[in-house]
Design a protein around this ligand. Sequence first.
Ligand code: ZN
Length: 116
Amino acid sequence: MSDIEKIAEIALCPFCRDWGAEVAESAVPSIHGGQKQAVYCNTCFCEGPTSETEKGAVEAWNRRAALTPPEGYVLVPVEPTEKMAAVAQQFVYSGFDWPKAVYRAMVAARPEVSGG
Ligand SMILES: [Zn+2]
Protein backbone atom coordinates (compact mmCIF):
# COMPACT_ATOMS: atom_id res chain seq x y z
CA MET A 1 0.00 0.00 0.00
CA SER A 2 1.39 3.42 -0.97
CA ASP A 3 1.61 6.36 1.46
CA ILE A 4 -1.20 8.12 -0.45
CA GLU A 5 -3.43 5.05 -0.19
CA LYS A 6 -2.71 4.83 3.55
CA ILE A 7 -3.66 8.49 4.13
CA ALA A 8 -6.84 8.16 2.05
CA GLU A 9 -7.84 5.12 4.08
CA ILE A 10 -7.64 6.99 7.42
CA ALA A 11 -10.75 8.95 8.45
CA LEU A 12 -10.78 12.59 9.54
CA CYS A 13 -9.57 13.10 13.10
CA PRO A 14 -12.62 12.68 15.35
CA PHE A 15 -11.42 15.52 17.60
CA CYS A 16 -10.09 18.30 15.34
CA ARG A 17 -11.76 17.14 12.08
CA ASP A 18 -8.52 17.53 10.13
CA TRP A 19 -6.95 15.15 7.61
CA GLY A 20 -3.41 13.92 7.80
CA ALA A 21 -3.41 11.36 10.58
CA GLU A 22 -0.82 8.62 10.09
CA VAL A 23 -0.03 5.18 11.42
CA ALA A 24 3.09 4.89 13.55
CA GLU A 25 4.54 2.77 16.31
CA SER A 26 2.93 3.42 19.69
CA ALA A 27 4.65 3.39 23.06
CA VAL A 28 2.80 0.15 23.89
CA PRO A 29 4.92 -2.99 23.47
CA SER A 30 3.53 -5.73 21.24
CA ILE A 31 3.20 -9.25 22.60
CA HIS A 32 5.00 -10.33 19.40
CA GLY A 33 8.02 -8.09 20.05
CA GLY A 34 8.44 -4.50 18.89
CA GLN A 35 5.68 -1.97 19.43
CA LYS A 36 1.93 -1.90 18.78
CA GLN A 37 0.66 0.39 16.01
CA ALA A 38 -1.63 3.41 16.40
CA VAL A 39 -2.93 6.29 14.27
CA TYR A 40 -1.70 9.74 15.30
CA CYS A 41 -3.22 13.08 14.30
CA ASN A 42 -0.57 15.52 13.07
CA THR A 43 -2.81 18.50 13.86
CA CYS A 44 -4.05 17.98 17.43
CA PHE A 45 -1.59 15.17 18.31
CA CYS A 46 -4.23 12.78 19.64
CA GLU A 47 -3.60 9.05 19.46
CA GLY A 48 -5.99 6.34 18.32
CA PRO A 49 -6.44 2.90 19.88
CA THR A 50 -3.42 0.62 19.59
CA SER A 51 -3.37 -2.58 17.58
CA GLU A 52 -0.92 -5.34 16.72
CA THR A 53 -1.18 -4.35 13.02
CA GLU A 54 -1.34 -1.14 10.96
CA LYS A 55 -4.63 -2.35 9.45
CA GLY A 56 -6.09 -2.91 12.93
CA ALA A 57 -4.96 0.53 14.09
CA VAL A 58 -6.59 2.19 11.07
CA GLU A 59 -9.82 0.22 11.54
CA ALA A 60 -9.97 1.20 15.23
CA TRP A 61 -9.30 4.86 14.39
CA ASN A 62 -11.97 4.86 11.68
CA ARG A 63 -14.49 3.17 14.01
CA ARG A 64 -13.90 5.84 16.65
CA ALA A 65 -14.15 8.61 14.04
CA ALA A 66 -17.47 7.21 12.80
CA LEU A 67 -18.82 7.21 16.35
CA THR A 68 -17.65 10.75 17.17
CA PRO A 69 -20.06 13.34 15.77
CA PRO A 70 -19.00 16.96 15.23
CA GLU A 71 -19.50 19.55 17.98
CA GLY A 72 -23.18 20.29 18.48
CA TYR A 73 -24.25 16.86 17.25
CA VAL A 74 -24.90 13.58 19.05
CA LEU A 75 -25.53 10.05 17.86
CA VAL A 76 -29.15 8.98 17.96
CA PRO A 77 -30.74 5.72 16.84
CA VAL A 78 -32.61 5.68 13.53
CA GLU A 79 -35.71 4.49 15.37
CA PRO A 80 -36.54 6.06 18.77
CA THR A 81 -36.06 3.74 21.71
CA GLU A 82 -38.94 2.95 24.11
CA LYS A 83 -37.46 5.45 26.58
CA MET A 84 -37.29 8.19 23.91
CA ALA A 85 -40.87 7.48 22.83
CA ALA A 86 -42.07 7.55 26.45
CA VAL A 87 -40.49 10.97 26.98
CA ALA A 88 -42.19 12.30 23.84
CA GLN A 89 -45.49 10.76 24.94
CA GLN A 90 -45.38 12.78 28.19
CA PHE A 91 -45.49 15.97 26.12
CA VAL A 92 -48.50 14.69 24.18
CA TYR A 93 -50.35 13.80 27.41
CA SER A 94 -49.71 17.26 28.85
CA GLY A 95 -50.96 18.96 25.68
CA PHE A 96 -47.60 20.64 25.23
CA ASP A 97 -46.41 19.82 21.75
CA TRP A 98 -43.70 22.29 20.92
CA PRO A 99 -41.63 20.17 18.52
CA LYS A 100 -38.24 21.50 19.61
CA ALA A 101 -38.96 20.68 23.28
CA VAL A 102 -40.08 17.18 22.34
CA TYR A 103 -37.02 16.71 20.15
CA ARG A 104 -34.63 17.89 22.88
CA ALA A 105 -36.27 15.62 25.43
CA MET A 106 -36.03 12.65 23.08
CA VAL A 107 -32.36 13.36 22.29
CA ALA A 108 -31.63 13.66 26.01
CA ALA A 109 -33.23 10.23 26.50
CA ARG A 110 -31.11 8.59 23.75
CA PRO A 111 -29.09 5.49 24.58
CA GLU A 112 -25.34 5.78 25.14
CA VAL A 113 -23.17 4.49 22.30
CA SER A 114 -19.83 2.90 23.03
CA GLY A 115 -17.19 1.80 20.61
CA GLY A 116 -13.65 2.25 19.40
ZN1 ZN B 1 -6.77 15.85 15.38
